[in-house]
Each structure stands twice: as C-alpha cells, then as structure tokens.
Design a protein around this ligand. Structure first.
Ligand SMILES: [Fe+2]
Ligand SMILES: [Fe+2]
Length: 200
C-alpha cells in the first residue's frame, strides 16, 4: 500500500490551534455557566467544562510527541484566541444587559461557535491519524480515539439546546432537554414527534 504523505508543518499548526481551542472552550464554558439556568443545561456544561480541561491534557501529549511547545504562538492560533475573546465578551455583555432567557440563548450560540471549531479540529486530526505512522501515528490515533465521541456529543447536544431554546423563545412547543441529549447521555430528552412542553 502506498504511504499517504501529509504536511507536517500544517499538522503542527492544527495541533496548536487545538490547544488554543480547548483553552477557549474552558473560558467560554465558564462564562456560559454564569448564564445557564436550565438545570440539565447547567449540569451538561459543568461536564463539558471538565472535558475541555481533560482535552487540553490530551493535546499536550500530542505536542510532546511532535516536539511542540503547547503555548507556541502562530497566526492561526491568534485568530482562535481572538474569536474566543469575542464569544466570552458577548456572553458577559448579554449577562449584564439582557434578561436571563436571552442571556442563556446567547451563551448557547457562543458555545455552538466554540464547539463547531472544536469538532472540526478533532475531525481533521482524525484524517491525519489514519495515515500517520510510527510513534506520532500511535499518539495521534490514541488521542483521536479518546476524544472523538466526546466531541460528537458536545456538538450535537449544543445544536439541540440552541435550536430548542430558540423554538421556546418563539412561543412554539420545545423539547427540553433536547432529543439529542437523551439519545447519548440518558438525560431524558423526548423525541421531537412527542413534544413535552408547550410554553406561554
Ligand atoms: Fe474539546
Ligand atoms: Fe468540545
């Protein structure tokens, strides 16, 4: 079988962006938790905050395997940080200036942005892990295997919360917790065909 080559400089760049993204995730969840008042959402975000911290450890091990300083700056990483700063600021502004339901929805929107980037990073890492060989290949495969499912949950669940809380705000029947959370986490979300709550 022909060996597939990849650009190792771009892999380094990706891994450093991943480090920043997980750090941004931690900050976004801390800010978002201050706006979360639905008990299931709060509980989920507390867990995902811990996941973001654990993922930093996994990315740090990849940095070691690649001989990278986990805090090394790059231009693309600076963009991740700048976006993260904007999300945290948006959440804090909403908390200060909006009603609690609006602030919770703004927090969901910002978590959705952060988790979209986080999930995309890990998906790309998986592409490289499939073709990388040797010690680096093993480290990448182990890291991806450890985190992949976790990131799928993060993204699917926040897509569900973001959608259902917006539906609720419109005065339409919402499913809370969203169906996505029930599927994977046993939190008791009902299927969309049987909406539980008609609010207002
Ligand atoms: Fe993550
Ligand atoms: Fe995540």
């Amino acid at each position: 079988m022909n060996r597939v080559h990849y650009d190792s400089h771009q892999l380094d760049e990706l891994v450093l962006q991943m480090m920043e993204t997980e750090q941004v995730g931690e900050r976004v969840y801390r800010a978002a938790l201050a706006c979360a008042h639905h008990p299931a959402l709060k509980k989920e975000w507390q867990g995902y905050l811990r996941d973001s911290q654990a993922h930093q450890g996994v990315v740090r091990r990849m940095c070691d395997a690649l001989g990278l300083d986990p805090q090394a700056p790059t231009a693309a990483r600076a963009v991740v940080r700048q976006l993260g700063d904007a999300w945290v600021q948006a959440i804090e502004t909403a908390q200060r200036t909006s009603d609690p339901d609006t602030a919770q929805r703004v927090a969901c929107e910002c978590v959705l942005h952060a988790e979209t980037k986080d999930h995309a990073n890990w998906e790309l890492l998986g592409r490289v892990a499939r073709v990388a060989v040797g010690d680096v290949g093993q480290t990448l495969k182990a890291a991806h295997k450890a985190v992949e499912k976790n990131e799928e949950h993060h993204l699917q669940h926040i897509q569900g919360w973001h959608r259902e809380l917006a539906i609720q705000a419109l005065g339409l029947p919402a499913v809370l917790p969203p169906p996505e959370t029930g599927k994977k986490m046993g939190l008791g979300g009902a299927p969309r065909s049987e909406p539980q709550v008609a609010l207002h």
